[in-house]
Design a protein around this ligand. Sequence first.
Ligand code: GAR
Length: 205
Amino acid sequence: MLNLGILISGRGSNMEAILKAIKRKKIPINVAVVISNKSDARGLGIAQKFGIKTEVVESKGFKGTRLDYDKMLISVLEKYKVTPKNGLVCLAGFMRIISPEFVRKYKHRILNMHPALLPSFPGLDAQKQAVEYGAKYSGCTVHFVDEGVDTGPVIIQSVVKVKDDDTSETLAKRILVQEHKIYPEAVRLIAEGRVKIVGRRTKIN
Ligand code: GAR
């Protein structure tokens, strides 16, 4: 069974959806730890209510390099046996770019949720980008993390129609409902060993 580490920065609603699904649907994965880069992240309390161990690796005021920070993250993941060999790392609203070294060490072991249909609207404020662009459809994407920003192989996407009167907030709210469905589903598929990566594409058995 894989050991799961979830990285958060704030609200933690995707993390909560994953924890609920693991519990209710008996997904075969062991939730080892939830790590936040902010000590006041609301998600920490939620994780604790689920009985999950939590850790804070504070990024505010950290003076070292991105790699120095990521080394601290990796040592916490290793402490909880979330290793490249038997671990899975979910970025769930973790608002930091991770270093190429971290990505390479955990190759095809890190997932991210992005609130747009990649490759459209990567980076920050994806919902705002979609509204400002005038897109008629947006959505969300669960993908493997590679060394680029929101560029790794796609696992699942969900489409959300953009309404004429949408603001970034109203659109974000409807996209979030879909995020909470597809992120746990992607974790389940990986936990069950059903996702194969072939070049840029993933194949689901
Ligand atoms: C989610 O909408 C997620 O898609 C987004 O941040 C929010 C976190 O909410 N992530 C990104 O934009 C990553 N680039 P949550 O903390 O409630 O899961």
